[in-house]
Design a binder for this molecule. Structure first.
Ligand code: IVH
Length: 684
């Protein structure tokens, strides 16, 4: 390729990749399949590797992180990074006090019009200065002491939402964007769940997760942590034509350059606007996808900001208005276990009541034995409890300094609970599993109760009013044992229960009746098959269309369903192999539980349905990912190794041992043309 074409191609690829990054990570609306993205990315990587002269720091290939550092270099901030005054009054009056101070400093009389403010969230993470020169990210630094921070450019580059190049035609000569690196709650939970499963250390909270990741000397480690960023202001600015003259317009301008800016912000006149925002966010704080510790109010006009100036290190034009903390100290009164639907024993700390994240917390999860060991939480310890969002409160750490003397013994689940506290069956911990389990199965009332609650849940059969108190009574009195028994309940039986007025009994019976009309996906989910969550239930329903087909499916049939792997397939086969489960399903249908059925995807799938293919070597035109997708779209499955069960091996250039194995086993071998011919039959 001539060098001008090459440059054009590389530039085009970079633009495309960054556009897709933005769509995927920021807007959460991918425009192309992952495989296509991977193809663009690999093409760019290859071109840069072949022509090192073309590599630039703003190339998306630079996001993967470079070599580990020995230490961070110091960065002197061109404009100091200030902190912000905190209004200690957590009530609405905090906003009034701020407005009154601003008006006084500006010399405004009561009769003067209200000051315009901008209100936004106070993100709980790590402050970062991003320096863009002529639109290219050249440096990222922490706040440090405000004058001097640390150069964390390598780590910041791994954050996909941060643009390596600003979007737009006329970038300022210098534009320093200031904002907060943070971790979303779902990313934090997912990361920790994964770590927990692997027996690896977990992050204490999203803030430490964000701050700790950025301070990692090894960018490859930082790259594994799911981080996000929101801009909230500027540092040094040079040569910005048409620079906005208000804070809110500045954030809009940054958003237009594809810098992430949080949408939860307002501008409005006077204290009333601030109070409304404060109260609105307070009511929705738990539903936000990330932690905040308050809101920030800023005078919107820059000329007024300049007039107000600073006191020591804090601007007079901004204030942080906090919410009650989401972490508190308390003591562990005891450690007990809860038996879950699958028999898992979850250790729970009983706590001295403490007000945290807006509610009084008396219990907090300790997850499993590994977590207890790692955090070394003991009865009598002072601990940090965290409750953020709708997540179950958890003990994040023990304050070892405050441990009673002599130190209480370590807690061990199997020693304290050799048998299940609910049913007396043995408790075991299987090799490689993080959890201890009760072996009682449906004999164990706790498992039975949880299975019933799951069945009645909102996303399952949605039986309103059938909550834990009621299920407890119904199971304890022997009125129900299996989900099928729910449909045999009578008014007279319900009337005898605690807190069950005639009206509520009638309502419950109506809800039970209404739940009979459902969908196949809900019904499958409601059965509580191990490893079958809502999404899998939906995929299964869509694939098979009818329950009988799912019941009859063998592992190979199940493996043809999207996202179903061997473990899920095995759980499903085992579930329907149990006669008592089939009996319950039969009784539910006999009681009138029904759903629309369809023919499913099986018929419409291609001729590769049920076939296993293996790809080896380099195909002349198809990339491996594209070949795999096409095969899967035709119903086939792509496996990694050749066995007797392999139907076809697709061999390209430089195919090695897999080809030899295929020849040895007599498996049909095709080249790319052969594969395409096969695929074209499926689309006829
Ligand atoms: S403005 C001159 N806005 O809170 C004002 N700060 O002490 C500079 N923070 O370390 C800060 N969210 O990292 C501002 N929307 C927001 C913020 C915010 C979080 C952090 C910031 C700084 C601290 C203020």
């Amino acid at each position: 390729m001539p060098s001008s074409d090459l440059l054009a191609r590389v530039t085009k690829l970079r633009q495309e990749i960054e556009r897709h990054n933005h769509a995927y990570y920021v807007l959460d609306q991918p425009l192309i399949p992952d495989a296509e993205y991977d193809r663009l990315f690999r093409e760019l990587q290859t071109l840069e590797a072949e022509h090192p002269g073309l590599a630039t720091p703003d190339s998306p290939t630079q996001r993967v992180g470079g070599k580990p550092l020995d230490a961070f270099a110091s960065v002197r901030h061109a404009v100091p990074m200030l902190s912000i005054r905190t209004e200690t009054d957590t009530e609405a009056s905090g906003a009034q006090a701020f407005d009154a101070r601003v008006r006084k400093e500006l010399g405004l009389a009561d009769s003067d019009p209200p000051v315009d403010y901008s209100a936004e969230l106070k993100f709980d993470g790590l402050a970062i200065n991003l320096r863009y020169e002529h639109g290219v990210l050249v440096q990222a630094a922490t706040r440090g002491d405000g004058e001097t921070g640390e150069d964390v450019t390598q780590n910041i580059r791994t954050i996909h939402v941060i643009p390596l190049r600003l979007s737009g035609h006329l970038p300022p000569d210098v534009l320093e964007v200031r904002g907060e690196v943070y971790m979303r709650r779902d990313d934090f939970e997912r990361y920790n769940a994964k770590q927990r499963e692997a027996g690896k250390p977990t992050l204490v909270n999203p803030r430490n997760g964000a701050a700790g990741s950025i301070r990692q000397l090894d960018p490859a480690m930082a790259a594994q942590r799911p981080l996000s960023f929101f801009a909230y202001g500027l540092g040094e600015v040079r040569g910005w034509e048409d620079a906005p003259d208000t804070h809110s317009a500045t954030l809009d301008a940054l958003a237009a350059m594809r810098v992430p800016v949080c949408g939860e912000r307002i501008t409005g006149p006077g204290a009333a606007a601030l109070i409304a925002f404060h109260d609105d966010i307070a009511a929705r704080r738990d539903q936000l996808p990330f932690d905040i510790d308050g809101v920030v109010y800023k005078v919107n006009r820059f000329d007024l900001q300049r007039e107000l100036g600073f006191v020591t290190r804090e601007p007079r034009w901004a204030v942080a208005h906090k919410y009650p903390a989401q972490e508190q100290l308390t003591t562990v009164l005891g450690i007990e276990v809860q038996v879950g639907r699958t028999g898992a024993l979850t250790p729970v700390a009983r706590l001295a009541p403490v007000f945290v994240g807006g509610v009084t917390v008396t219990n907090a999860t300790l997850h499993n034995q590994d977590e207890i060991d790692r955090k070394d939480v003991r009865v009598g310890d002072t601990v940090i409890v965290r409750r953020a969002g709708d997540v179950i409160p958890e003990v994040v750490a023990a304050v070892v300094d405050r441990r009673p003397d002599p130190a209480p013994p370590r807690f061990n689940i199997l020693q304290s609970y050799p048998v299940c506290p609910e049913c007396g069956s043995h408790v075991v911990r299987l090799d490689g599993e993080a959890v201890a389990r009760c072996t009682g199965g449906l004999y164990c009332p706790a498992q039975r109760k949880q299975a019933l609650l799951h069945f009645a849940g909102r996303r399952a059969m949605d039986i309103e009013g059938l909550g834990d108190k009621l299920v407890d009574q119904l199971v304890d009195r022997g009125l129900i044992r299996t989900p099928a028994d729910i449909y045999g309940l009578r008014q007279a039986e319900l009337a005898g229960l605690e807190r069950m007025a005639e009206k509520s009994a009638a309502n419950l019976l109506a809800a039970i009746e209404a739940s009979k009309t459902t969908t196949l996906a809900r019904f499958i989910f409601a059965l509580g098959i191990r490893n079958v969550g809502e999404a899998t239930a939906r995929d299964l329903a869509q694939h098979f269309g009818a329950l009988d087909k799912l019941v009859a499916a063998n592992e190979a049939d199940l493996l043809a369903v999207r996202d179903v792997g061997p473990i899920v397939a095995q759980s499903i086969v085992q579930f329907f192999a149990e006669s008592h489960n089939l009996e319950v399903v039969g009784k539910l249908r006999a009681a009138g539980v029904h759903w629309p059925e369809s023919t499913g995807l099986q018929q419409s799938a291609g001729i590769l349905t049920g076939r296993t293919l293996v790809l080896t070597g380099t195909l002349p035109t198809l990339t491996r990912d594209v070949a795999k997708e096409r095969i899967e779209a035709a119903g086939g499955k792509v496996a990694g190794s050749v066995s007797k069960k392999t139907d076809y091996v697709i061999a390209g250039a430089e195919a090695g041992s897999k080809l030899a194995k295929a020849q040895e086993l007599g498996v049909t071998i095709l080249d790319e043309a052969g594969l395409l011919a096969l695929l074209s039959k499926t689309t006829e």
